[in-house]
Design a protein around this ligand. Structure first.
Ligand code: FES
Ligand code: FE
Length: 418
């Protein structure tokens, strides 16, 4: 248990570089509260995609810590975000994750809000009541080529526009706005949100744990220790590197930016991207490495476009293929539980059962998510064990884990004050 802010400050400032965090970062309710305040209520949080609300009047709700937020498409096709809190006595306005409404009507006393958030009807409030100042409280929202990010702070980090300018050209050709959600899974992982992200930022565990994912994915793309490899492995790694360089050149000729951008711990809205070749037929994250959907995304004429990965601090990762997109958000529930929401997107014109089969589409990542969930649960149990102490990250395969933790510690350092 932590009893005061100075203990949090001691923990944050005492972090041992290159090592996993001290146990309270994963197990303490107080650190969890601080994480919500310092990280999730102040940074750009990935919450969904424009096709979550495809038509005017569509509403999606998302919970970030104690905050509940409405994502609404209004009659002008603009997407807006508001706090899901009635301005009368605070009732939660929309309980379902998805709804379609004409107006937003509070279930308690029927205060009614337009899709632009304005209070349009408040019965029995008397002649002197001024409805104009009781509209829904807006939440900052940005769409990065169809990926929706919200920020709960009054003054969000200003670097989002720079991130969007750099990332936009990578994502745009996959045309997120012209997709539909073929499938969504909500998985509650029994671990702290940081363990979920740490696990996501390395593939050290892939060979031993992900028999499905390692069919399309080359483990070489995620680092190795050359001194520990035999001649054959080294040759394969060199071949992979040559393939990667050649693929980048080829894709960039097609107008698909592919080279790595790595700004995970050098900016407030940390991110990384790279388009990587896939194994086998090289088309998709499927068990036979061929496209899962016959209708390509966007205007792609080649199916062999590798996989564009995009990671954001603190809570998302995404894989853009030629035929579908898999997009993940991690939403903390409490210190020991995290909701991992996965959406599989296909071209909105694709027909289920004709152009794609759901089981085949989701096979690799459904298996991988279940495996990762078990690994995260094991680490949470470990962090709760009195014998736990921070262990060293591999400098060859866990560089991005270290970058996540460094980013987290730098953001927490700002919060606790130096
Ligand atoms: Fe919403 Fe009363 S709390 S109308
Ligand atoms: Fe994994």
């Amino acid at each position: 248990m932590l009893d005061n802010v100075s203990t949090l400050k001691t923990l944050v400032l005492g972090r041992k570089p290159g090592h996993s965090l001290e146990a309270p970062f994963y197990t303490s309710p107080e650190v969890f509260e601080a994480d919500m305040e310092a990280i999730f209520y102040r940074h750009w949080i990935y919450v969904g995609i424009e096709p979550d609300v495809p038509e005017p009047g569509d509403v999606a709700t998302v919970n970030v810590g104690k905050a509940s937020v409405l994502i609404i498409r209004d009659d002008d096709n603009e997407i807006r975000a508001f706090h899901n809190v009635c301005r009368h006595r605070g009732a939660r306005l929309v309980g379902e994750e998805k709804a379609t409404v004409g107006n937003i009507v509070c279930p308690y006393h029927s205060w009614t809000y337009g899709l632009d958030g304005q209070l349009v009807h408040a019965p029995h409030m008397g002649a002197g009541f001024d409805a104009t100042c009781k509209g829904l409280k807006p939440v900052h929202l940005r769409s990065l080529e169809g990926l929706l990010f919200i920020c709960l702070a009054d003054n969000p980090p200003e670097d989002f526009d720079e991130v969007a300018a750099r990332m936009g050209p990578y994502i745009a050709p996959h045309k997120v706005r012209e997709t539909k959600i073929a499938y969504q899974s909500d998985l509650i992982e029994m671990g702290n949100w940081k363990l979920v992200i740490e696990n996501n930022r390395e593939c050290y565990h892939c060979e031993a744990n992900h028999p499905e994912l390692t069919v399309p994915l080359f483990a070489y793309g995620f680092g190795f220790a050359p001194e520990e490899m035999d001649q054959l492995d080294l040759e394969n790694a060199q071949r992979y590197d040559a393939l990667r360089q050649a693929s980048h050149a080829e894709w960039e000729k097609l107008g698909l930016p592919s080279r790595e951008i790595e700004e995970l711990d050098s900016r407030v809205t940390g991110f990384r991207t790279e388009r990587l070749p896939l194994d086998g037929d090289g088309e998709s994250h499927t068990m036979d490495t061929r496209a899962a959907c016959k209708v390509p995304l966007g205007a792609f004429s080649s199916a062999k476009l590798g996989g564009l990965s995009f990671w954001t601090q603190p809570n998302s990762w995404h894989h853009f293929l030629g035929d579908h997109i898999v997009t993940f958000s991690a939403l903390p529930l409490d210190e020991g539980r995290t909701l991992v929401r996965t959406k599989w997107l296909v071209n909105k014109d694709a027909v289920e059962g004709v152009d794609y089969d759901i089981d085949r589409l989701i096979e690799v990542w459904t298996a991988t998510n279940a495996q990762d969930s078990a690994l995260v649960g094991m680490c949470q149990q470990g962090a709760s064990n009195p014998a736990y102490e921070p262990g060293p990250y591999s400098p060859n395969t866990e560089m991005l884990v270290e970058k996540f933790v460094r980013w987290y510690i730098s953001r927490m350092t700002e919060y606790v004050g130096q």
